[in-house]
Design a protein around this ligand. Sequence first.
Ligand SMILES: NC(=O)c1ccc[n+]([C@@H]2O[C@H](COP(=O)([O-])OP(=O)(O)OC[C@H]3O[C@@H](n4cnc5c(N)ncnc54)[C@H](O)[C@@H]3O)[C@@H](O)[C@H]2O)c1
Length: 265
Amino acid sequence: MEALRDKGVVVTGAAGGIGRAIAEACLAAGARVVVNDLDAERLLATATELGAYAVPADVSTSDGIAALIELSTAHLGGIDVWVGNAGIQGGLGLETPDETWQRAHEVNVMAHVRAARLLVPAWLEGRGGRFVVTASAAGLLTMIGAAPYSVTKHGAVAFAEWLAATYGHRGIDVHCLCPQGVDTAIYRNAGEVQGLLAADGLLTPAEVAAALLEAIEQGRHQVLPHPQVREYAVARATDTDAWVRGMQRLQRRYDAPPRSTEENA
Ligand SMILES: NC(=O)c1ccc[n+]([C@@H]2O[C@H](COP(=O)([O-])OP(=O)(O)OC[C@H]3O[C@@H](n4cnc5c(N)ncnc54)[C@H](O)[C@@H]3O)[C@@H](O)[C@H]2O)c1
């Protein structure tokens, strides 16, 4: 794939899950890849298995992003493609404390802002660049039971769109990846909403990575590995009140006390 051949690519949150699959797909497409994660031990094992270069760092901080960009630039000789994929669920409902909301905001939103702030000026002066934001279908719709995740992923979608609108005509390509259920640690820890996330099919990380590479090849900004998400987004925009009533019906199902064995029989 020409768009990635010989390119220097950085993938954050790539010790496992979707990030690891994106790193693997980029390597297969001929890129040179730096993988990043907070979990250094898992990251080193992944890097060894894939034949990538590992840079452990916390992308939720300015220092972490700066160190990752500096070490990746030194290793790759320049970053052509940034895949901001690290993400956390970060709390549930109204009981979620401020610190947990703040952490979700730092990882799910500010990591993208801080990376773009350092990368884009150099890309504008040089040969351009490609910036990928792994958001979520929750950033276009809403995730039942997960307020910080829904709010911060909406922020990630908004930032990706702003970046594309502002710099697209100046050689910066931006892609926003919005999957629904994908079989990874985040999905496996989703508790009772797992069924909902998988309602339109649980994809493998490799399928999501393939959807991203296809979008890169075709020059598409929004990447929807689950095609149903487009229909939901259209329905939500067309009649938001009806959409909210539908979400309330879904929520009621999760509020209902578990039925006894006799009732289920
Ligand atoms: N699995 C799904 O159903 C699903 C659906 C939509 C979007 N997503 C998004 O996909 C992305 C990847 O998630 P995943 O599903 O592969 O889950 P995952 O938990 O396997 O991967 C997330 C990775 O990010 C790393 N990470 C977390 N905070 C970090 C930080 N501060 N610095 C560096 N690394 C950090 C974690 O250690 C982990 O390895 C996330 O942004 C997630 O929100 C996942």
